[in-house]
Design a protein. Structure first.
Length: 131
């Protein structure tokens, strides 16, 4: 039986994955990444690490899906990962946009309330009425 991934490439991939984990953990340590968003990156790194150590899992999965050619399968897996990542980031951006809108509306209402209170104080009405 021939080797699916050459030994030299396996070593390079393992080193790349270790560097990948170091970068992710460094970003997490310096609070550049939130823990809940880091989980996707850690899971992906672990999955790639398992596939590098045991490429027969990839071959079995590709045969199960009817995909011929290991490289074709790798491209499909990478594209699927990128689609998941884009969907995840789009979801995060949508939630943040909603939060920003709500904050802007709240700030506008607070500014209006402050202006009304300032006008009352300028007009001699020192009594502040709670709404």
């Amino acid at each position: 039986m021939h080797q699916i991934i050459p030994t030299r490439l396996t070593i390079v991939l393992i080193l790349a994955i270790i560097i990948y984990f170091i970068i992710i953990l460094s970003l997490l340590k310096h609070k550049k990444l939130n823990m809940k968003y880091t989980l996707l990156w850690l899971f992906t790194g672990a999955a790639f690490f398992i596939l590098v150590l045991n490429p027969m899992i990839l071959v079995y999965f590709l045969n199960l899906c009817g995909i011929t050619g290991t490289m074709n399968g790798l491209f499909i897996i990478l594209i699927a990962f990128l689609i998941m990542l884009v969907l995840s980031l789009t979801s995060i951006a949508s939630r943040q946009a909603g939060r920003i809108t709500k904050l802007i509306q709240t700030q506008g209402l607070l500014e209006k309330r402050v202006r009304e209170l300032e006008e009352r104080m300028e007009n001699g009405k020192t009594e502040i009425i709670e709404k």
